[in-house]
Design a protein around this ligand. Sequence first.
Ligand SMILES: [Zn+2]
Length: 218
Amino acid sequence: MQTPPDRTTGHGWIEVIAGSMFSGKSEELIRRLRRAQIARLKVQVFKPEIDTRYSRQEVVSHSDQRIESERITRATEILERLHADTQVVGIDEAQFLDSDLVEVCERLANNGTRVIVAGLDQDYRGQPFDPVPQLLAKAEYITKTRAICVRCGHPALRSQRTTGSTERVVVGARETYEPRCRACYDDPEGEPSALFGGTGSTPAAGAGNAEPEPDSGA
Ligand SMILES: [Zn+2]
């Protein structure tokens, strides 16, 4: 893995924007990158080849905001393609990149680059979606975005798959997934809890009517 050139412009850091589908991750990423461009910083944006939903050379949010991007198939390509004067690196759909992304982001930040990464933190089964959890551990700044549960309107952290597929990666939008809160989420495997005697029993009633946290997600 080659080392990016030294940045003389200051200190680098890692920001991670993580959350479920439809929680506004790409929108927030684009907002931050646009502000960096307005501040005349040199910005490069990358996204993995797998996401062909909308555009081949842009990061596009569900609300149709967009920013130019470069398509990559491996995380280390970010270092290979990095321009000498780049000060801010944006990465979308990080969950579709390999585990080298963690070291790539660390190297960029260590060399003075501001790194902004957006990605799903859970897969459709509610399990941590590598390498986003590792990035959360390394990041200076974390933003957890929440969608709105389609069933009850509470903040939603999970992406319910509405098709029968058991592939971990199914790229699709509204016809394939919908946001659900903890209470409304249906575990696709109905996995019993090993920790609590395998009964998968629900906790005592009383927590169910609690108000969600007051701050708004977007
Ligand atoms: Zn709900």
